[in-house]
Design a protein. Structure first.
Length: 125
């Protein structure tokens, strides 16, 4: 599935693009398409760019990148946290931190098909 729409023009000193590790190309596409509705464009055998996440980004499978470990946490927003949690679980992805309260709302963390931890948050209590 490819999104041929041109990306927005970059804005000075803003986050323009995020890149995550890629180890399982088909599982990654299926997971993020099914749960979050993202679209993908394949750039050779080791790279997928994505759209529909509120920011442009990609998954990079270059072997020399390695996993960085704890550091930046990508946090996605959901207007229905429970429905998103169920969609993540339905794919078989591991929930690394169940739903918990934090100032401003609730969130949970999950491990994607590449072993990266991401979070999903929602407003309210």
């Amino acid at each position: 599935m490819a999104d041929e729409q041109a990306p927005p023009e970059p804005v000075h000193h803003t986050i323009d693009y995020i890149e995550l590790p890629l180890m399982k190309i088909q599982e990654t596409k299926a997971f993020y398409t099914e749960v979050f509705g993202w679209t993908f464009r394949k750039w050779g055998p080791l790279y997928l760019s994505f759209r529909g996440a509120g920011i442009s980004g990609g998954f990079n499978g270059e072997a020399n990148l390695g996993k960085v470990g704890a550091g930046v946490l990508v946090v996605l927003y959901s207007s229905d946290l429970q429905a998103t949690l169920e969609a993540v679980k339905a794919t078989g992805a591991r929930i690394s931190r169940p739903v918990f309260d934090f100032p401003g709302g609730k969130r949970f963390h999950f491990i994607d098909p590449n072993g990266s931890e991401l979070a999903v948050w929602s407003e309210g209590s």
